[in-house]
Design a protein around this ligand. Structure first.
Ligand code: HPA
Ligand SMILES: [Zn+2]
Length: 340
């Protein structure tokens, strides 16, 4: 049954700031791309694929996620992938999305950087035309690979610096601290790119501190384990750092044991600029509104808290101030219209 709070939250204008486009590959689309690219996949049915999505930690997921990406070959595949995500996002009242992509997953298979980037950019332009959704592209380096690989990827991206908002850091966190990429991030900054990094998902609070001190990030992806260090929390709150939190991902990857123990409420009460996002929606059981709904189901956050979360999503975006203000005004108008 849909509660009043659920429908209020579903209709809120929102931004999504933590979404891996390869993680939006639905099993149906995996079969479609496999068929049109004549690729064998080790699953007989959509149900079999879904049944394989049972994870006890990040690495379990990453193994199957990189395998799934193997069906993505052509510019058209990347364009269709992005279009499908934006159609879902539009249905959730996402007005702006900043999407990650993992070029190394594709270039390592012989797919040129430009095929990936051109396809995604075309899908983003389609989304703007079809749904009025604005978007930005963020290039993520795979942290389990070497620094030299990341530098090579940054060089491949050079013709696209004006169409890429920033760089990020994802993949296996434990054993691959942010410091490994300090020089790559400094180079990216010198090209005018924004900087974000996954930290504190499985990794300790020290990794979050490194992301702040050594990478000089503009935004923190996940950040859950920051809560273990009160001084770090104070620092994040005082600096107004945005955390892109992903509740259903945290549940599926056993970062939290139970959705009722999810720390998003604590984060808000501690004054952190937390946001709600879907991470890899095809793998973790839902798009952004499913994530908002999962948290609403805990019954601990008010309608006003969800307005705060939606406001944070625009405040934490890389949109120019004027566009942020327009989105915040749209939230105000929505709240007034709902009589909340
Ligand atoms: O949640 C994540 N963590 C790290 N790497 C990832 N790559 C896709 N999703 C994730
Ligand atoms: Zn992520």
């Amino acid at each position: 049954m849909t509660s009043d709070l659920d429908s209020f939250v579903a209709g809120l204008p929102k931004a999504e700031l933590h979404l891996h486009i390869e993680g939006s590959l639905e099993p149906e689309q995996m079969f479609e791309f496999a068929r049109r690219n004549r690729i064998d996949i080790p699953f007989a049915s959509v149900e079999e694929v879904r049944a394989a999505y049972s994870f006890s930690r990040l690495q379990d997921f990453l193994d199957i996620y990189y395998q799934g990406a193997n069906v993505l070959r052509t510019e058209e595949d990347f364009r269709d992938l992005a279009r499908a995500y934006f159609a879902r996002a539009a249905a959730d009242n996402v007005r702006h999305a900043e999407i990650f992509f993992d070029p190394q997953t594709h270039t390592a298979r012989g797919i040129p950087f430009g095929v990936v980037a051109d396809g995604l950019l075309a899908g983003m332009a389609d989304a703007q035309a079809e749904h009025g959704i604005t978007s930005r592209l963020i290039l993520c380096f795979l942290r389990h690979l070497e620094e030299a690989d990341a530098f090579e990827t940054l060089e491949q991206a050079a013709p696209y610096y004006d169409r890429i908002a920033g760089v990020g850091l994802d993949s296996s966190e434990l054993g691959h601290p942010p410091e490994k990429f300090a020089r790559v991030f400094a180079a990216a900054r010198s090209h005018g790119l924004k900087l974000v990094a996954h930290a504190g998902e499985e990794g300790p609070p020290e990794y979050v501190a490194q992301a702040l001190d050594l990478l000089e990030i503009d935004r923190l992806d996940h950040g859950n384990r920051s809560l273990e260090d009160p001084l770090l929390v104070t620092r994040l709150a005082r600096s107004g750092m945005t955390l892109t939190v992903c509740p259903l991902s945290n549940l599926k990857l056993c970062v939290v044991e139970d959705i009722r123990q999810h720390p998003i409420e604590r984060m808000l009460r501690l004054g952190l600029r937390a946001t709600i996002n879907s991470d890899d929606p095809a793998y973790f059981g839902g798009y952004v509104n499913d994530n908002y709904r999962a948290i609403a189901g805990n019954g601990t956050l008010s309608a006003q808290d969800f307005v705060t979360l939606a406001r944070h999503s625009f405040l934490g975006s890389f949109l120019p101030d004027g566009e942020v203000s327009a989105h915040l005004a749209a939230i105000d108008a929505y709240v007034a219209g709902r009589g909340q």
